[in-house]
Write a protein that binds this ligand. Sequence first.
Ligand SMILES: Cc1cc2nc3c(=O)[nH]c(=O)nc-3n(C[C@H](O)[C@H](O)[C@H](O)COP(=O)(O)O)c2cc1C
Length: 604
Amino acid sequence: MKNAIELLKENDLLRVIDEPLDIDLEIPHVAYVEVKKSDSKALLFTNPISKRLNKTYKTPVLMNVFGSHKATNLFIGKDADEIAKEIEDLLKLKPPVTFGEKIGMIGKLFSLKNVFPKRLNTKGECQEVVIDKDRVDLYELPILTTWTQDGGPFITMGQVYTQSLDGERKNLGMYRLQVYDKNRLGMHWQIHKDSANFFHEYKKAGKMMPVSIAIGGDPLYTWSATAPLPHGVFEMLMYGFVKGKSARLVKSVTNDLYIPEDVDFVIEGLVDPSKIEIEGPFGDHTGYYTLEEEYPVMDVTCITHKKEPVYLATVVGKPPLEDKYMGWATERIFLPLLKTTAPDLIDYVMPENGVFHNLIIAKMKTLYPGHAKQFMHAFWGVGQMSFVKHAIFVNEDAPNLESYEDLSDYILDRVQVSNILISEGVCDALDHASDDFAYGGKLGIDCTADNVFFPKKEIISDEKLLKLVQEIEPGIVDIKQYKTYTKTPIVVIAIDKKEKIKNVYERLSAIKAHTKLLVFVDHQKNDVNNPYMLIWRVVNNIDASRDIYLQKEFIGIDATNKGEIEDFPRRWPDDTDCDMEVLTDLRKRGILDIDDDFIKRFYL
Ligand SMILES: Cc1cc2nc3c(=O)[nH]c(=O)nc-3n(C[C@H](O)[C@H](O)[C@H](O)COP(=O)(O)O)c2cc1C
């Protein structure tokens, strides 16, 4: 990590905090706040302590390394769009005809040799210090507890190296790892992920599964671990491609897995596939807790590290966070690969407040009837893109996908009941809104056609509309209208829910003449004047197959929390809220320089 720290310093992207701060809540809260700022920097905490364990740590904690577009580009080494272009060129590679083309192709292919990782026969820098099984103590590492309801401390930036039972296929994935005690870790590889797939092979064969977890080193290892490559493709190839240089790997001390020679820590171990344990809860990147689930456990067989390691971590919660920047790079770099299954796709965005899998907006060249719907099915059927819950497709004449105001006007001028598709399919394992785990409703909106008919709505003021709706439903506390000049005027309704929202929506059809889209949220934890957080809430909280009501040009969306009223079969999780005592104390000590408005704006 030392090189990364130098690079951050040279680019004025690092703040060093020498004040002793606790690994429980304090350090994560400071990092959480920092990355929400428009000029956010990486943070190096040089004096981590644990009041709970009565410990001080020599190892510094580094957070938010990918905390801005600038830092992300710096660690990826070039502009993400440039890499996408290189991938596109390779995918389009045709047999050369002219001499010039032949020379050009040799260059391209020659550069590909750097893609494959190199296995070294030596020990790595990451193995300068070896702690054998008997002396292993995970509590000697400054592993953070980020949220008050978390089940314990979690490693949040672990590069998890695994291989198939026959050793032929390798994988690198980033999964959080819960510390159960001094030598056991929970393996949160979700049901759809590659290591879970390998795990089933070991389980079937009744064999122990080796795992090596690396932390730190080149930040590009960490980003590569998150890259959604197809099953069977080793993410170290992506590292080599992006870096233009092979990763240099060394063998772990107690198993056959190879890890990068220059990472800061390696935790090696074995997973007994016959054992399973409760993992979580954990405050997740959806801004909600993921609740307790069963996951495999690793017994640590050895820890190795550099002489002077740095512990790398991230904090996830409500957006915007570090994963916004990591996900942005992934979104850009994977565009050409996505185009191979959806050839007329022009571009796409996954807005940060849609926490990636909850919302995608895609621009396409529409060539025939049903083209957008064909893409919806393609997306919902492809790798990790299949987790996307809500997909909106726009035509090639739509505004730039980053111009959210213009783009939303374009979309709202084209939303009508007949171009809404509600389907079902796999959902991200973190999704809390569906009745079933990892399976639920999908919403696709085809906004590619502009020859649609819209009855004109008579817009009235918020005050008048509030009076009208309160006469029908006294539980409505507040409303705010958005985009009333478009063909789909929206009313956001904050309600103190006492019955099924569907009944309220039906009664409110009396106001049909004044609006088209009703969005219901609980008044307790939402601010109708905060569109950024409203979008976050809505796309998180709905399952399209249950929560969208359609009448002719009068649409209702129930984005309230579900529970007994709806006979919701699972437990609805809490939001990841900061501990206000900790925040207040950090503000008093001058470590956080935020005001009450900042706390409100980001629902801290
Ligand atoms: C900060 C962060 C934390 C993540 N935590 C997890 C996790 O705990 N479990 C998981 O399955 N995926 C997690 N992911 C997503 C995976 O890293 C991602 O899906 C990756 O492509 C998985 O690799 P695989 O397909 O090789 O399994 C996380 C991603 C980020 C950016």
